[in-house]
Design a protein around this ligand. Structure first.
Ligand code: PEP
Ligand code: MG
Length: 578
């Protein structure tokens, strides 16, 4: 009989496919002593496992399209290189021979010794190399144990068209899984605003997070249904349910096809107010999608994705190459490049120091950059150099105080001077804007609006910090509410400050991409929306069916209310206006 598990649907879509668990648990490795005469057989068994692991990785590497961002391929290359290293290939053989133990135990002992050495290192970058060693060792161990049923993030064969069930996924893993051709994913933990969720939305991949459990009754290979609209996972489904979901899937495709007619239509309201409709992008796929769905430019390029899934930091030239590629693909349309927003759930093994007690409130985003100018300045140089070749603006994430802003603007001037001394071209007037993501910044919006060329409201973080709910923690997802009176007041303050200082105000948080809020935001005076590419048509549709004159008459009544239910009801009324 059909049974249902509910979580938070983070990406609007339906997937029907084979269940495939993604193993993220520890393997149990036992020690066994090997009789002298069988030692060389054990060595052969170990060598064979390493060889198979290499072949698996090479096959994955070869199957990744050339257009895939370097971050993903670099991640696999690093693991391939490790598999050539004698520390992981020759040293375990020595152990098998000397300790007369099984291959699994020899590899485990070698891994533990390496992990101890890495743990003792002062350099946080080197310390985190341990994760890569674990990935490689686990792959070899699985072959030795003969475990096949559970997939790892790069088991391409098992993952093709599957619905992945995992405890949790990092954004990096989600990006990799997408390349393995999964149909969707379901995680036990995670919230709707985690970067993994954002990525799934961006890629148009159906997904559910925060289910808390994935019952053992669901076995790998079972046909399951993922309903991203309602946040439901259905298993053991009967024919009638399956048929109904297939029909819904077809309807969804039909609606998408109908919306396609909007591609070349302007984003303009019924009373002829033009709205600037831009796209948020992370990966190369999104840039293509942004073009496909008719974005008028890029309102948010999350550059931190260039820093993920790799063991080194991309330098100035490499970054410049990415920014120029972005400019070229957008064919003259404006692009907003956000400076590095690493930290909290966006981690880079090249940088992170995981020991911080509360990373969302720690050295994240611009704080991290101002504390690490070797990281920040090459990015400033690369963005400025890119500005010579197209319509580029730079955006600073997570500003909270005037002193940070002053320091950033000083650094921009210093870098401009250096570039000039180096004889390198840049746009002297490249606009510099900031994100309003922290209540302190929203409350000081006048200051930021006065000193910056544009502002963009990052509602994902603004809601997180205003309502004190960790955006990655599913236990507080129920408190997530873009319509909370406090959030609406802050958004209104920022938009008003922009009008007062004639500073353009955009919104690039997920709220901007949800058509349920389009009319509300238009009524509040927002005229620039930056949304995941897959949301462009829906939002454009909502814009084209809105009349700002009618809406603005209702908005003042709505915004004085402190009663959340009244606000929700008022939004329903607003959205029902024909
Ligand atoms: C936001 O916080 O709303 C935002 C757009 O930035 P990110 O989701 O990357 O933190
Ligand atoms: Mg943010």
């Amino acid at each position: 009989m059909t049974f249902t598990i509910s979580g938070t649907g983070i990406s609007r879509g339906i997937a029907i496919g084979r269940a495939q668990r993604l193993d993220d648990g520890e393997l149990e490795i036992y020690e066994a002593s090997i009789p002298k005469e069988l030692i060389e057989d054990e060595v052969v068994r170990f060598n064979h496992a390493v060889q198979t692991a290499r072949q698996q990785l090479k096959a994955i590497r070869n199957s990744i399209p050339e257009t895939t961002s370097a971050d993903i391929t670099d991640f696999i290359d690093t693991h391939l290189l490790m598999m050539e290293d004698s520390m992981l290939t020759a040293a375990p053989i020595e152990r098998i021979r000397h300790e007369q133990c099984n291959a699994e135990w020899a590899l485990k002992s070698q891994r533990d010794e390496l992990a101890r050495v890495f743990d003792e290192m002062d350099d946080p970058y080197l310390r985190t190399r341990k994760d890569d060693i674990d990935h490689v060792v686990t792959r070899i161990q699985r072959i030795l144990i003969g475990e096949k049923s559970t997939a790892t993030p790069d088991d391409e064969y098992l993952l093709q068209d599957a619905i992945v069930l995992a405890h949790d996924l990092t954004p990096a893993e989600a990006a990799l899984l997408q390349h393995q051709g999964i149909a969707g994913f379901v995680t036990e933990s995670g919230g709707p605003l985690s970067h993994t969720a954002i990525l799934a939305r961006s890629l148009g991949m159906p997904a559910i997070v925060g289910t808390h459990v994935t019952p053992q009754q669901i076995r790998d290979g079972d046909i399951i249904i993922l309903d991203g609209f309602r946040g439901l996972l259905l298993a053991d489904v009967d024919e009638a349910t399956l048929k109904d979901y297939r029909r819904q899937q077809r309807q969804q495709k039909k609606r998408q096809a109908e919306l396609k007619r909007l591609k070349n239509e302007p984003a303009v309201t019924m009373d002829n107010i033009p709205v600037n409709l831009l796209a948020n992008v992370e990966l190369l796929e999104d840039i293509r999608a942004a073009r496909l769905f008719g974005a008028e430019g890029i309102g948010l390029y999350r550059t931190e994705f260039l820093f993920m899934n790799r063991s080194d930091i991309p330098g100035e030239e490499e970054q410049l190459g990415h920014y120029l590629a972005l400019i070229k693909s957008m064919k003259g349309l404006p692009v907003t490049i956000r400076t590095l927003d690493l930290g909290a759930d966006k981690t880079s093994s090249a940088l992170d120091d995981y020991s911080r007690p509360n990373p969302a409130l720690g050295l994240r985003a611009i704080r991290l950059c101002l504390n690490n100018l070797d990281l920040f300045c090459p990015q400033l140089r690369a963005i400025l150099r890119a500005s010579a070749k197209g319509s580029v603006q730079m955006m600073i994430p997570m500003l909270s105080s005037a002193s940070e802003l002053t320091r950033v603007l000083e650094l921009v001037e210093e870098v401009k001077q250096q570039l000039q001394d180096d004889g390198l071209a840049f746009d002297r007037n490249m606009p510099v804007g900031g994100m309003i993501e922290v209540p302190a910044a929203a409350l000081s919006a006048n200051l930021f609006a006065r000193k910056l060329d544009f502002l963009s409201i990052g509602t994902n973080d603004l809601i997180q910090y205003t309502l004190a709910i960790d955006r990655t923690d599913d236990s507080v997802t129920y408190l997530y509410d873009p319509l909370h009176p406090a959030v609406l007041k802050l958004i209104r303050m920022v938009i008003d400050a922009g009008h007062r200082h004639r500073t353009p105000i955009a919104m690039c948080g997920e709220m901007a991409g949800d058509p349920r809020y389009t009319r509300l935001l238009l009524a509040m005076g927002l005229r620039q929306f930056s949304v995941p590419p897959t949301a462009l048509f829906e939002v454009k549709d909502a814009i084209r069916q809105s009349n700002t004159k009618t809406l603005s008459r209702l908005i003042d009544i709505l915004l004085v209310s402190d009663d959340p239910q009244q606000i929700h009801d008022a939004i329903d009324t607003l959205n029902a206006i024909q």
